[in-house]
Ligand binder design. Sequence first.
Ligand code: ADP
Ligand code: ASP
Ligand code: MG
Length: 441
Amino acid sequence: MLVLKFGGTSVGSPERMNSVAKIIKSDKPRIVVLSAVSGTTNSLVEISSYLYKGNIEGAVKLIDSLHSKYKDFVKNLLKSEAGFKKGNELIDEHFEYIRSFTKDLFTIHEEKAILAQGELISTALFHYYLEENGEKSVLLPALNFMRTDAEGEPDLKYISENLKKEITNYKSEKLFITQGYICRNAFGEVDNLKRGGSDYSASLIGAAIEADEIQIWTDIDGMHNNDPRIVKKTFPIEELSFDEAAELAYFGAKILHPSSVLPARLKNIPVRLLNTMQPEAKGTLISQKSSGGSIKAVAAKDGITAIKIRSGRMLMAYGFLRSVFEIFERYKTPIDMITTSEVAVSVTIDDAKHLDEILSELKDFATVEVDKAQTIICVVGDFLADKKGYAVKIFDSLKNIPIRMISYGGSPNNVSVLVETKQKNDALNALNDGLFNSGNK
Ligand code: ADP
Ligand code: ASP
Ligand code: MG
């Protein structure tokens, strides 16, 4: 079985959906995971933010405009009378549902229900499009099998059992279409896997059915060595190990959802990143294989808060770090970077939801300084312990950038530095010049 995931731009217009239909043609069994049409989830987020504020007029305006965008989409996608009618009815039904939320109290539950509409619409429209073109497919509702547990983490066992059950209902079918991003939570409510979550869905589905390969089709020819939105002259990387790709995704390479490599790595299923606009391009293959000994890529993660914790009692106080970490654990706040000295420890977090409570507890036994608007720049590669020179190359490239923290040696795949977010673009460009464009790759 193959899993093929297509992102928002890849299904962003009727022409794009036509390209996807061509790419997925095959005799092999396959599950196609789709995102919402590009821009839709952003619009749904915006509609929700108006509804939270009770600005019904603003919300209705946006709903009307998105509705009419979809009316055009259907007109250009489904040409047969029956297909057009079905598509139109589908859109009207979903928008009636979205409009129903303008009438009552609006909470996070209603928001999640609204956010799910993008993927529900794109998959149904694509399914109708295939049908109109004589291609048989089965629309599998992700809400029947995709689930998170009480901790908000995907429940792979549940997903696997229920997805397999769904599929076995269709003995002779080979092409399945399902929604990325959306799921149910431990209470059975509609939920999602966070922004960009369709990649995660694809990887979870691949792991759940032990697929032969997971393909992530997007609008670029694979994982580039640096952020192409910020740096010129980036290039695709042909091969990455699971560990390298996981670090890049976690530390901000937008092409992959931060957790999306983990399920594939767990089941050792190769992941291929491919370009819908250029299907013949090689893309990136992510697998267990490590190509060894080189600096592969750079990524950046914004929205980081740095906390410096200083204790007069730290000298010889072996319980100090434990006391610090227990506080973060209690507030379920993961720490990304850590540096220590004899008298202080600095940590970074990207989820600042409980920052005030954390700081208040830390202040019981330490003095604390906080810096917001920080960025982690992460250099990824295979930094073999017995090879010299990586650190000097990285820090020489960054010689003109003020660095707040450094993390080296935590994993053989990652060297991270913390800079102020306003230094990010300069840092990424400096690293590109120093590591990739000066013949010392
Ligand atoms: P999709 O909608 O298909 O999920 P995304 O927009 O989420 O696509 O991800 C693809 C985008 O990620 C690219 O268009 C590119 O601008 C951005 N990107 C950021 N960093 C990288 C990187 N290192 N390599 C490739 N693309 C990257
Ligand atoms: N549609 C969702 C989003 O825009 C999920 C995804 O595209 O992966 O975040
Ligand atoms: Mg994405």
